[in-house]
Design a protein. Structure first.
Ligand SMILES: [Zn+2]
Ligand SMILES: [Zn+2]
Length: 123
């Protein structure tokens, strides 16, 4: 039971873990530096050309880091993006439902109350 309640929190911290501190979006081809930090490959290489330091902890990276794609992290990012897209889709659907409801209310207010006149005819 406690596990279910904790799921949203762990998902939120997961988003932090999957966010590149250079471009502030989820990793695109994540790579790990020698100091253990993760960045998009393109982001890290672009920064490294200028400073030769880890953008996160400022550890000097004097030689061009031998970057290996972090396949595990990459798979996690993919899964995370998929699940967050699903959430957005359901939000959009809920918004549409709300709009439909508003339309129905507007329609009835515009039209004369047919049911009332029908009832009068029957009487
Ligand atoms: Zn990035
Ligand atoms: Zn670092």
């Amino acid at each position: 039971m406690a596990d279910v309640a904790e799921t949203p929190l762990s998902l939120m911290s997961l988003e932090d873990e999957l966010t590149c501190s250079i471009c502030l979006s989820t990793f695109d081809c994540p790579v790990t530096t020698p100091c253990g930090h993760n960045f998009c490959q393109d982001c890290l290489l672009a920064t490294w050309k200028e400073t030769q330091r880890c953008p996160q902890c400022r550890t000097p990276i004097p030689t061009k880091p031998e970057l290996k794609k972090n396949t595990v992290l990459s798979a996690v990012v993919e899964t995370f993006n998929l699940s967050s897209n699903k959430t957005e889709d359901s939000l959009i659907k809920e918004e549409k439902k709300a709009e439909e409801k508003e339309d129905v209310i507007r329609d009835t207010s515009h039209q004369p109350p047919h049911s009332e006149s029908l009832t009068l005819t029957f009487i």
